[in-house]
Write a protein that binds this ligand. Sequence first.
Ligand code: PMP
Length: 455
Amino acid sequence: MRDDAPNSWEARADAHSFYGFTDLPTIEDRGAVVLTHGEGPYVFDVHGRKYLDANSGLWNMVAGFDHPGLAEAAKAQYDRFPGYHAFFGRMSDQTVMLSEKLIEVSPYDTGKVFYTNSGSEANDTMVKMLWFLSGSEGQPQRRKIITRKNAYHGVTAVSASMTGKPYNSVFGLPLDGFIHLTCPHFWREGLPGETEEQFTARMAQELEDVIATEGADTIAGFFAEPVMGAGGVIPPSKGYFQAIHKVLKKHNIPLISDEVICGFGRTGAVWGCETYDFIPDAIISSKNLTAGYFPMGAVILGPELTARLQAASEAIEEFPHGFTASGHPVGCAVALKAIDVILNEGLIDNVRALTPKFEAGMARLLENPNIGEARGKGLMGALEAVADKATKTPFAGDLSVSERIANTCTDHGLICRPLGQAVVLCPAFIMTEPQMDEMFEKLELALKKVFAEVA
Ligand code: PMP
């Protein structure tokens, strides 16, 4: 794959672009895939190779890579008013309209929105809001944040502390006061003989115990993705959110739904919390919010947190927080269009229509003796590779099984993502049935080839 000519794109990428979240031995061996453009769910590299992107970028390019309406919305807004901030009581008309729209499509009758440039910053902002409330309401000790192992909430120092992944130890994270509960993955974490209901009850009891140990009045909030995304596409165990929410309500601890991946359609409803039937105190949105056409995040506050933050801010005459590009007019115009496209141009209907085919494709691959679990919700799924299906024993780490599968897929013109020993699929919402067939056929070939090598 790698073009070793001294001035190749691969060599130029190596020379001056720092790779993040990238397996460096793979790059050493194969070189970066340098992309030029896209069409529908496909992307093209500098060598003219075409790939079906089964991950829709990073879960976010849900309307595909060439949606004319989204590009036009950006262009029209660039022509009209290309940039402004949301400080000092000024903001663009697009910002006002997007906030109205977000509250309209949220589970809340009333509420307010705060804008960021990314999902990480939105989670950071939410934590700062909770800390601000604690100080302002005379409970400065109420600062601890509870999340789950395997959760992914971002990479800034605070959101990385919320992220429950061991790799953050290289940064000396998490910061103090970030607590990670058991990942509610019944297949992996369930005890022998335990039913799913018993497992869920155990997860709720663990939360109850942690609150008792730490002290309810030291905990500022609980954050959860409805379906864990970058942790390996892990839907919650049956009844999980109802059980957890009951405990949180009892102790007056806000539940924040991190909908950066699930929000705007991925699970087949507008929100993941809708799919799992709970109403959080606030929602974190990004990615699909602009269908990936502009970097933007949003904190969507329900009525109670809105009222409390309003009061706390009035008490000191301002909320001292904001980014230069918070509520960027082009981002807001693109988000308004993206929401329209997702809700009114049939994208969310397509998610629902494609889900049975997606599930059937996953179920077929589960028949492979080295696939231990096929899990997911809506159009997000993961296939977990195992050396031994009966005992759920993973492959030896140095075999890099999921990386090999992903690399073999790339060789066959399919982009999918290795995560732990799983391979993740989260196609664009505009995917057609033949494209979905192509995705599963190519993945099946790659699984057969790699398992023949390692099993
Ligand atoms: N929360 C979740 C659930 C995410 O999946 C991500 C990104 N994958 C983030 C937060 C962080 O978003 P960003 O990369 O835009 O900072």
